[in-house]
Design a binder for this molecule. Structure first.
Ligand code: FE2
Ligand code: FE2
Length: 330
């Protein structure tokens, strides 16, 4: 594949500094993971936004123990998403960045940082699986037994595989990586802000965020370097299909999580039709409460901030297409 090589002193300088700090700061190097204890059941809560079904009157009527089971299964689900997504999506694409497989070349220092990110993410997957085991053995709640759902990263990669123009597939791998790493950090920060300090969930988020804050800034630099390094023709080609990519990334996972929630309610004893009705009424209400424009969604707003910071929106034709499709504020 023809490569555009542009010198990028900013990314190189940033990456060299990053490598100097990684040995001291990475959790895989320096942190003993939190151990979930039985006493965590006393303080345990997940943020309300993470499991809206816990507030449905018919679910609450089952009693506190059932609501707690649903919340702990949601915690399992969150950890399962990390355990799978970090490996299938992020680690694999970091390997491609390290091997310089994209149409814009990256400095050696940035390729080495990509390997440290892959190491961090594989460790996050390892720790997530350890926590799942502890929730099962210490707190006595098993995960909901359904086939794995598709995460935002899975949906974006599936779009790349099946819908992106062949010539742009490699470019969309690095774009997926940057958008995923940006959004994951914001979601973890949002959940941490909304969770009770000191509980197991809060500890898990704090540990993960020790690394993700660093990753987020790195991938802003990566996207800026990549976008600047593209030819104008290639930028226009990518901009044209960026709205479709964002649709897969931001909304493609929705049917999977609806199915997961139905299975969770069936596990609590609801009949399949009841489970379907409760999930439908909950999500319909949430959908109606949310605003109509895509850019008003908090997760879409996080991607918009990445596109501003990486200067992707400084490209007028791309910005116009995204504004017209309501991904970006006019
Ligand atoms: Fe991670
Ligand atoms: Fe990360």
């Amino acid at each position: 594949m023809p490569k555009t090589t542009k010198k990028s002193p900013d990314l190189d300088r940033f990456s060299k500094n990053y490598l100097r700090q990684w040995n001291k700061r990475a959790t895989v190097r320096s942190t003993e993971p939190y151990t979930i204890r039985e006493s965590d059941t006393r303080s345990y809560t997940i943020p309300e936004t993470m499991q809206p079904l816990a507030n449905e009157p018919e679910v609450r009527a089952l009693g506190k123990a059932a609501v707690r089971t649903l919340e702990l299964q949601t915690f399992h689900n969150f950890l399962d998403d990390i355990a799978r997504g970090e490996i299938d999506g992020v680690t694999a694409m970091c390997g491609r960045l390290a091997n310089d497989e994209f149409s814009v070349s990256f400095p050696d220092s940035a390729r080495q940082v990509a390997l440290t990110v892959a190491t961090d993410e594989a460790y996050h997957a390892f720790v997530a699986r350890e926590y799942m085991k502890e929730i099962e053995t210490v707190l006595g709640v098993e995960p909901v037994g359904v086939p794995p759902k598709s995460s935002a990263v899975d949906c974006a990669l599936e779009w790349v595989e099946t819908k992106a123009p062949d010539a742009l597939k490699h470019d969309f791998w690095v774009i997926t990586l940057c958008f995923a790493e940006h959004l994951i950090t914001h979601e973890l920060l949002d959940f941490k802000r909304d969770s009770e300090p000191g509980n197991a969930f809060h500890h898990v988020l704090s540990e993960h965020l020790t690394d993700e804050g660093r990753h987020q800034i790195f991938f802003e630099e990566v996207l800026r370097h990549f976008w600047k390094g593209l030819t104008e023709k290639r930028r226009k080609q990518i901009g044209k299909v960026l709205p479709d990519f964002l649709a897969a990334f931001h909304f493609g996972w929705f049917p999977g999580i609806v199915d997961w929630n139905k299975a969770a309610l069936r596990g609590l004893g609801f009949k399949p039709k009841q489970a379907e009705r409760i999930v439908k009424q909950c999500y319909t209400r949430l959908y109606e409460e949310s605003s109509k424009k895509k850019y008003d969604s908090p997760t879409v707003a996080h991607s918009e901030s990445l596109m501003v910071r990486s200067e992707l929106l400084a490209h007028a034709p791309t910005r116009k297409l995204l504004v017209d499709a309501e991904w970006v504020r006019p």
